[in-house]
Design a protein around this ligand. Structure first.
Ligand SMILES: *Cc1c(COP(=O)(O)O)cnc(C)c1O
Length: 358
């Protein structure tokens, strides 16, 4: 149970309306946040939804030094009848538990994860934008909050969940993204590393490659595996799919990539479109040759934020490989609209993926 302590000074209705009229992404936060504390002695306690406010962190707080931290990302969707829904939040709860285990953090029980989100979203339901493909982005996270510079799993841990109104990812229609193929950097070490955990450290490792991408006129990075630099893994924060003929192909889960909820949903929706699903290793040469020969007709990235994002080109130091003339393709567009229609309640939820909050 997350007990609600109302923020004594919430934003006025006019202030909130001004933010919701043009929320951008990750810039504004709702009036409340969920909190819980774990200590080695007491386990999880002090669960509450209270006023959104800064933390007081001791300079010796362990997370600032050793990055023992994990997070999640999901959205609350307002349907036409004003009800508010989550998409497969149980999958995020399970992944949060797996990430916690990998980072030697305590597992937050699924019911606490879900109730923190439900209580926060219910309390701040006025912050869920309506209309278009706007949403309330939800960010649960957990970090080592013990004041101690020794290296071991922290004995004091903070769980927090904040919420941020977000505009439609593509306000002016879907824009294909241009991808830089990183040969100098990997995002995750390989088997035994933490590539499958949703942790800030993987993002920190990806930023220098993203800088390189910008310098080459690309927006995002495609990473290869850490061991051989041969196999396609994923982007910095999105999984990747290829379409070749009637095949829908994505890298298999071998513990080095993030197990995306969107990735998993696309496996189901792709099969329903009649595509033949393949989860397997994909050599980068197969991808580049396939683009050149025309065997690969579509490539897209997927994740909660962008949902499904067509990839227009892959750029290497030598060459730019343009897919489908740099345009999105029919399966990319079809999967994207099918998924969005389910999330926004415009299509029947035949898989039981939607979870009503209020
Ligand atoms: C969060 C994330 C994804 C996408 O996962 P979804 O559950 O679909 O949002 C993919 N790759 C990485 C590295 C991520 O952190």
């Amino acid at each position: 149970m997350f007990e609600v302590h109302q923020n004594p000074q919430p934003r006025t209705e006019a202030e909130r309306a001004a933010i919701l009229a043009d929320p951008g992404f990750g810039l504004h936060f709702s009036d409340h946040m969920a909190l819980a504390t774990w200590t080695a002695d007491l386990g999880w306690h002090d669960r509450e939804v209270g006023a959104y406010r800064p933390f007081q962190l001791d300079p010796a707080s362990a997370v600032l030094h050793y990055a023992q931290e994990i997070f999640e990302g999901l959205k609350a969707y307002r349907h036409a009848n004003d009800s508010i829904w989550l998409f497969r939040p149980d999958k995020n709860a399970e992944r949060f538990a797996r990430s916690a285990a990998r980072l030697a953090l305590p597992v937050l029980p699924t019911e606490d994860f879900l109730s923190s989100i439900e209580t926060l979203v219910t309390t701040d339901q006025a912050w869920v934008p309506g209309g278009g493909e706007s949403n309330l982005y939800i960010r649960p996270f957990m970090f080592a909050n013990e004041v101690f510079l020794g290296v071991r799993p922290a004995r004091t841990v903070t769980y927090c969940c904040i919420a941020s109104p977000a505009a439609a990812y593509f306000p002016n229609g879907v824009q294909p993204v241009n991808i830089w193929l990183s040969m100098n950097y990997v995002r995750a070490a390989g088997p035994g590393g933490m590539g499958a955990a949703k942790t800030g450290g993987n993002y920190a490792a990806s930023l220098v490659a993203q800088q390189e991408a910008y310098e080459h006129g690309c927006e995002q990075v495609l990473f290869l595996d850490g061991a051989e630099r041969k196999w396609v893994e994923e982007l910095g924060g999105m999984n990747v799919y290829l379409v070749a003929g009637d095949e829908l192909i994505t890298p298999a889960l071998e513990g080095t990539i993030l197990e995306g909820v969107t990735r998993d949903s696309v496996l189901t929706l792709g099969a329903e479109r009649g595509l033949v699903i393949q989860e397997r290793r994909i050599a980068i040469d197969e991808v580049l040759d396939g683009i050149e020969s025309g065997a690969i007709t579509e490539i897209f990235a997927c994740g909660t934020a962008a949902v499904i994002n067509p990839i227009g080109s892959i750029k290497t130091a030598e060459k730019t490989y343009t897919i489908n003339g740099g345009q999105s393709g029919p399966h990319t567009d079809g999967l994207r609209s099918t998924l969005l229609d389910i999330q926004y309640g415009r299509a029947e939820d035949t898989h039981g993926w939607m979870h009503k909050v209020c």
